[in-house]
Design a protein around this ligand. Structure first.
Ligand SMILES: Cc1cc2nc3c(=O)[nH]c(=O)nc-3n(C[C@H](O)[C@H](O)[C@H](O)COP(=O)(O)OP(=O)(O)OC[C@H]3O[C@@H](n4cnc5c(N)ncnc54)[C@H](O)[C@@H]3O)c2cc1C
Length: 396
């Protein structure tokens, strides 16, 4: 780790999480990746172990049974936790975004029925915004529709995909159009939908480069009670934006942890594998990989922590989150790719975590909004601050 990680009482906590992830979570990755019963058994064991070590659900609200850490305190160790994709699930912080969203915008019934179970790990939730037939980067085009019913409830119909963790989830938050037409900012609503509701089904799994975890779901006239609407009912975009800012920043921290892991693997390999003239590390072109990867890591980390600090201070962090998201996604892909190159064929095979780290880096450039979306929105905001008015006439 380095000087750009916040120093505070979390240093000791970070060391404990780091050790837990390295000694318990990473060795269990093969079972966790296998899915099904193997995954369930491994995850249960890890969760018991995390509870025993006093590391369970630390960033979740204390009144719900979590550890009550602030976002900034969590951010100080999220990189270590995220070094394995399974770290957040093993340590009980995976439901953080849903718990905060449902706690702030869910009605009393939703809060009572789900929040405690999500924090304890007995229940699971997922979030369904992206649809197969319209660009995920343009939620105003959402086609899933909700029609009002005489009893005040809603009937929701549509299709969502790449809903992470939908299989086995107990609750899914669904974005649907309740008014207006495609392209309108108004008339979009978030619904907390129990997955046992008639008409809701998982259509198929969508493996990402062969890895499980993403699903397509269909909703066919699913009845949702009035008190399962989140917020005022017409503020889906604001709620989703708040959730995404936090979510993107947390992902960036996790990507830093994964890139650091790929970097260490690369350096160990370079230092210990002998070529005809000694260790690979003696080749300048290998040194170039090491330098570029270190540069990417060290220049990205402060950007991510800048976004963390602004969010924690309740300030506008849109530019910083956009910069951090693009930098961190590119960085993970670059570092994992370099590590694979230095490993040779072994880097593509099943004996290291590099294929899964590379897969994560490639997906990172698309999920939570593709890079292009962040690039254009950051650039437009900056240019507007410099007097540019979109659509202004050519100066002559
Ligand atoms: C592993 C994974 C997990 C995911 N988990 C979830 C989840 O849990 N819940 C959920 O709702 N969604 C989830 N998603 C979906 C994800 O959020 C969307 O894939 C993402 O927002 C992009 O939407 P899209 O795939 O429809 O691409 P599109 O929006 O169709 O974009 C396709 C391409 O068009 C280009 N493009 C788009 N916008 C612009 C622009 N403004 N300027 C220039 N070019 C542009 C880019 O090259 C972009 O890659 C997940 C995706 C992945 C890969």
């Amino acid at each position: 780790m380095n000087a750009f990680q916040p120093e505070c009482e979390s240093t000791e906590l970070r060391a404990r999480v780091d050790s837990f992830v390295r000694t318990e979570v990473i060795p269990a990755e093969a079972a966790l990746d296998a899915g099904g019963t193997d995954r369930a058994v491994a995850l249960r064991g890890l969760r018991d172990s995390a509870r025993g070590a006093g590391l369970w659900a630390l960033p979740l609200p204390a009144e719900l049974g979590g550890g009550g850490l602030t976002f900034q305190q969590y951010a100080a160790y999220a990189e270590s936790e995220g070094a394995s994709d399974h770290g957040p699930a093993a340590l009980g912080s995976a439901p953080l975004l849903d718990v905060l969203m449902l706690g702030r915008y869910g009605g009393a019934r939703v809060r009572e029925e789900y929040l405690g179970g999500l924090v304890s790990g007995e229940l699971r939730s997922c979030y369904a915004m992206t649809e197969p037939d319209v660009p995920g980067s343009a939620p105003l085009l959402t086609r899933t529709r909700a029609e009002p019913r005489p009893d005040g409830g809603w009937s929701v119909t549509g299709r969502k995909w790449f809903t992470s963790g939908a299989d086995g989830a107990d609750l899914v938050t669904v974005m649907a159009r309740t008014g207006g037409t495609a392209g309108d900012r108004e008339g979009l609503t978030l619904f907390a939908v129990p997955t046992g509701s008639p008409g809701l089904r998982v259509v198929r799994e969508l493996p990402v480069f062969g890895a499980s975890g993403q699903y397509e779901i269909a909703l066919d006239r699913v009845l949702v009670p009035a008190d399962h609407v989140l917020g005022r009912g017409d503020d889906a975009l604001a709620i989703a934006g708040e959730r995404l800012a936090l979510g993107r920043t947390l992902r960036c921290l996790r990507w830093l942890g994964q890139a650091q892991r790929a970097f260490e693997l690369m350096c160990e390999r370079a230092a210990t594998r002998d070529g005809s003239h000694g260790p690979l590390a003696g080749n300048q072109l290998v040194q170039q990989h090491v330098f570029d990867a270190l540069l990417a890591l060290r220049t990205t980390r402060p950007l991510v922590h800048e976004a963390v600090a602004l969010i924690a201070a309740g300030q506008d962090a849109r530019t910083e989150v956009g910069l951090a998201k693009v930098a961190a996604a590119r960085m993970l892909q670059q570092v994992a790719d370099s590590a694979i190159q230095v490993y040779g064929a072994a880097g593509l095979g099943p004996d290291t975590a590099l294929p899964s780290l590379f897969r994560g880096g490639r997906a990172a450039r698309i999920l939570d909004g593709p890079d292009e979306l962040h690039i254009t929105s950051v650039a437009r905001r900056v240019l507007r601050d410099h007097g540019w008015a979109p659509g202004s006439p050519i100066r002559g």
